[in-house]
Write a protein that binds this ligand. Structure first.
Ligand SMILES: [Cu+2]
Length: 633
């Protein structure tokens, strides 16, 4: 096992080799200097986001992407003034600096420092302390304040504030699991600019659940089992991939790896046998709406747009998080002041055996053959509050691409009111885990054999008995071309085996049919909130499993650029308003997926990984099984 991490920060370089390479620490500092010179960084201006502003696709493809740019979301924490800034490192100047109108545009994401700030603010608030004291909680040093993004629920005076709502948990001892001890019925509404509690809702008292959830305490977990023998994975000749910084090649695949403080891992220019498949792939948004309609009806977070999943990426550990011959990439993000921070070993790259690739024992010729499947794994893990999410991209020998999200960590909790509560599961005495959804959105900038692509919706069905089908056994496909954006907001349909095929409108296979890749969705529920709910307006992307748009470099974020307290309508619903032609064009697929989580007793106190994702498979991309050349051993 070797740690072969590439540490871009170690290299003293200001100009990366490729226009899609992640921004370096030196670049962040250079961009910061440009903003400072332009007077944009007077204290207390903070960076709510800072990252690479990727060049337009055509410029990259034509090798003329020479202007290296960074984008910063600045917020003045004294006035709330929020500015969206793009700087050119190449030309050493500010390109744009737009001041937001937050009630219309939304607020900047949560700052790192907001967590500590909120803790201070609530603990200094007499009314909040009194609400705690009435519940018998007199020592506020044992209370953990959990800031939850506010959404947009009115009244308008509230929506104009940069605010969070704060729930409380008790952590009586150092290693206590605070999530086991929610203080329910009371929430503090905190203005992050005025730095005060402006409202408290104190609606009901329920006892703080007492049972320990400290899963690392032997008194809770019992003694460790002793029956697991070691599994060791060795690759005596090393892994089969070649990595050169962010560039990666494995078998017939090649790609570039990127990382963004907001959306985490990004993949670029994924190609197979030198043929383009995806120009860019990432998971640029997720929303976790909770389904308890009591006073916590506002609980729904957009982990990516509001909290920035990328900057909470974990440093991975060999032997624990990743097994085998691992290559790591570090990620460089920035702190609230725009200074670089390196997350060591943030991205894990390795190769896995994946069981049988193909196998057949022939009854006629006696041939008995079997081949092993392998996959290249590119992944990272992030922690946002109580939950942890692993984002895994898999590339297989047969051309399959899979994305899998591993959700683990601790379920969010409330106090259980007793009896049959319709919106939560009682997971420990008096402790509830409310039902909720984890709805992710994948942005798949497909380039199947080039830029000119189209999407077909493919259903399967039987046919009724008739003259052409006298015994009723017919099985057919219904293929519907999605030609305009207005037509391409689609739901999965498991009963019809619905898939979406992305085809090249320029290249064909040996039967003259378009080469393609098929998206296989999991047919789980989309957003369950009422269509007229305030959340639905803000999470419009989550109301369909599929959207298809014409490529536009400005359309990056499915819930809009500024998700925090956005009033709604931004992102995908706005992107398709122009109803562009998507047939034979440069198109982007946006795929919503993820579980509706009814917590189980077994999810407490720490949840075994729950998986969700999607698969892309070559469909007529090759003329036959592309893995006949895989040797037996
Ligand atoms: Cu969950």
């Amino acid at each position: 096992m070797t740690d072969t991490a590439i540490r871009p920060d170690d290299a003293d370089q200001t100009t990366p080799a490729h226009p899609l390479d992640p921004a370096t620490g030196a670049e962040y500092l250079a961009g910061r200097e440009i903003m400072a010179q332009a007077g944009l960084l007077a204290d207390p201006v903070r960076f709510a986001y800072y990252g690479l502003e990727e060049p337009p696709k055509q410029d990259v493809l034509d090798n003329r992407a020479t202007d290296r740019r960074l984008r910063a979301y600045l917020v003045d924490t004294a006035t709330g003034t929020s500015t969206d800034v793009v700087v050119s490192l190449t030309n050493n100047k500010v390109i744009t600096a737009r001041t937001l109108d937050p009630p219309a545009d939304g607020q900047m994401p949560i700052l790192d420092s907001d967590f500590a700030l909120v803790d201070e603010i609530v603990k200094a608030d007499p009314a909040w302390c009194a609400a705690m004291a009435r519940r018998g909680l007199h020592d506020v040093s044992k209370i953990r304040a959990c800031p939850i993004t506010a959404g947009a629920f009115g009244p308008p005076a509230d929506d104009r504030r940069r605010m969070v709502r704060v729930l409380a948990f008790v952590q009586a001892r150092e290693h206590d699991l605070a999530w086991a001890h929610p203080v329910d019925g009371v929430a503090a509404y905190v203005d992050l600019i005025e730095k005060k509690v402006f409202k408290i809702t104190d609606e009901f008292d329920l006892p703080v659940p007492a049972e320990s959830g400290d899963y690392d305490d032997e008194a809770v977990r019992g003694p460790h089992r002793t029956t697991l023998r070691p599994i060791e994975i060795t690759q005596p000749e090393g892994p089969s991939f070649i990595q050169n910084g962010p560039w990666l090649q494995w078998q017939d695949w090649s790609m570039r790896i990127g990382f963004d403080a907001r959306e985490g891992l990004t993949l670029h220019q994924v190609s197979l046998q030198g043929r383009p498949v995806m120009y860019r792939a990432s998971i640029p948004e997720m929303v976790v709406p909770y389904g308890d309609p009591r006073f916590r009806h506002w609980q729904a977070y957009f982990d990516t747009g509001e909290y920035l999943v990328g900057k909470w990426a974990n440093s991975l550990e060999l032997g624990c998080d990743c097994l085998g011959e691992i290559a790591y990439l570090d990620a460089t993000v920035t702190d609230d002041t725009g200074h670089p921070r390196t997350i060591q070993n943030a991205i894990c790259i390795h190769e896995e055996d994946f069981g049988i690739l193909w196998k057949h024992t022939d009854i006629f010729n006696g041939s008995a053959q079997s081949r092993r499947q392998r996959r290249l794994v590119v992944s990272y893990f992030t922690t946002v509050g109580n939950y942890d999410y692993g984002f895994y991209w898999y590339f297989y020998l047969d051309g399959t691409i899979e994305h899998e999200i591993k959700a683990t960590g601790v379920v969010f909790t409330s106090a259980h009111p007793g009896g049959e509560h319709p919106y939560s599961t009682e997971v420990a005495p008096g402790l509830a885990a409310p039902f909720h959804q984890h709805l992710f959105n994948a942005r798949l900038d497909m380039t199947v054999d080039g830029l000119a692509n189209a999407v077909e919706e493919v259903d399967v069905s039987g046919l009724p008995i008739g003259p052409d089908n006298p015994y009723g056994n017919a099985i057919v496909q219904q293929v519907t071309r999605l030609t305009r954006e207005s037509q391409a907001g689609r739901r999965a349909d498991g009963a019809r085996g619905r898939t979406w095929r992305i085809i090249s409108t320029e290249r064909s296979n040996r039967f003259g049919r378009p080469t393609g890749y098929t998206l296989y969705p999991e047919s789980a529920p989309v957003l369950l909130a009422d269509p007229t709910a305030p959340l639905t307006a803000r999470a419009g992307f989550a109301t369909n499993h599929l959207w298809v748009t014409r490529y536009d470099p400005g359309q990056r974020w499915p819930a809009g650029d500024f998700v925090n307290q956005n009033p709604g309508g931004a992102g995908l619903p706005a992107f398709i308003a122009g109803d562009r032609d998507i047939d034979g064009e440069d198109i982007v697929l946006w795929h919503t997926f993820g579980p509706t989580h009814v917590p189980r007793l077994e999810d407490w106190p720490v949840m075994p990984v729950a998986r969700c994702g999607f698969i892309l498979k070559p469909t007529g991309f090759f003329d036959r099984n592309p893995t006949l050349d895989v040797p037996r051993h």
